[in-house]
Design a protein around this ligand. Structure first.
Ligand SMILES: Cc1cc2nc3c(=O)[nH]c(=O)nc-3n(C[C@H](O)[C@H](O)[C@H](O)COP(=O)(O)O)c2cc1C
Length: 277
């Protein structure tokens, strides 16, 4: 068993590095080989949206260090990914990485590898949607989530005082090394993705934003839980994910091609500052 831990913090030996390494310690306790990486040590640029990776079924055209990271992911049996929270967002490196793995989301090559998502914030109440952003790395690749949580610490190293987070990281790493592939964390609002982003869309529809599943909110004691409608499946379900690529994204090439000349003409007028309608 080969488990990699990736920290998206720029702060070396900061709180995210420590929690990710703590997960690797748990994995090592179970006999796994572990490797720690810092995402910002890799040059990974932003996706250029050329879609060559999908339309031509080719490696990404950007010449940077994504192939090195892909090799590491291919060699791994399980992945821990951690990020600091920055103004309610995950670190920018996560934002660059996830779209660059669009093709792997379609091919499903990482689908069997379990993962754990970790974020670190300075204080409760300021989590925003950073953990969900890290979760999208795993969900978009179809990887099963073993745990996902936020630890709290402001100054570098203060995470040692968040014993809950340190314990949870260790346990998650240990469980993954023992072959766990199902969710062992505390239940989230959504029973499928375990995230807490349930939304009323202004027309009475209640959806889990992450899963795009309709359902309803049910009160359970002091909390609310999202109950997906019977038969509803997540957008990340392999069948739905495949359909998204094959019925929407891949056919969009033909539609775009048919309008390309019209767009070129509109753009020419638009760039001259004239009314293009
Ligand atoms: C620019 C900046 C923005 C931050 N924004 C948030 C925030 O929105 N929510 C939060 O809980 N913590 C926030 N923090 C605190 C960090 O998440 C916290 O210090 C964390 O421990 C950093 O992890 P690291 O040591 O791994 O880099 C912010 C820190 C910085 C520097």
């Amino acid at each position: 068993m080969n488990i990699i831990g990736i920290s998206a913090s720029r702060r070396e030996w900061g709180n995210t590095d420590i929690l990710v390494r703590q997960a690797l310690k748990g994995a090592a306790r179970e006999g796994a080989q572990t490797r720690f990486l810092r995402l910002t040590d890799f040059k990974i640029d932003q996706c250029r949206e050329c879609l060559v990776c999908l339309f031509k079924d080719k490696d990404c055209v950007i010449k940077d260090q994504l192939p090195t990271l892909l090799k590491v992911l291919r060699e791994a049996d399980a992945v821990v990914l951690g990020s600091p929270i920055h103004i309610l967002f995950a670190a920018g490196a996560i934002g660059n990485l996830v779209p660059r793995l669009f093709r792997q989301g379609y091919t499903g090559e990482f689908r069997k590898k379990p993962g754990m998502a970790i974020t670190v914030g300075g204080r409760p109440g300021w989590e925003g949607w950073a953990l969900q952003q890290v979760m999208i790395f795993f969900l978009s690749l179809g990887m099963p989530i073993v745990d996902q949580f936020t630890g709290y610490a402001q100054g570098p190293g203060e995470i040692f005082f968040d014993t809950d987070a340190c314990g949870r990281a260790f346990n998650g790493g240990q469980a993954m090394a023992a072959g766990e592939t199902t969710y062992i964390g505390t239940p989230g609002t959504c029973p499928v993705c375990h995230c807490d982003l349930v939304f009323e869309h202004g027309d009475g529809r209640i959806l889990c934003v992450m899963c795009d599943m309709p359902g309803k909110l049910q009160q359970k004691g002091k909390t609310f839980r999202f109950k997906p409608r019977s038969g509803a499946t997540s957008r990340w379900d392999p069948k739905n994910n495949r359909a998204h690529f094959e019925k929407l994204i891949l056919p969009s090439k033909k539609g775009f091609k048919s309008r390309k000349e019209e767009i070129r003409q509109k753009l020419e007028i638009f760039r001259k500052g004239e009314n293009y309608e």
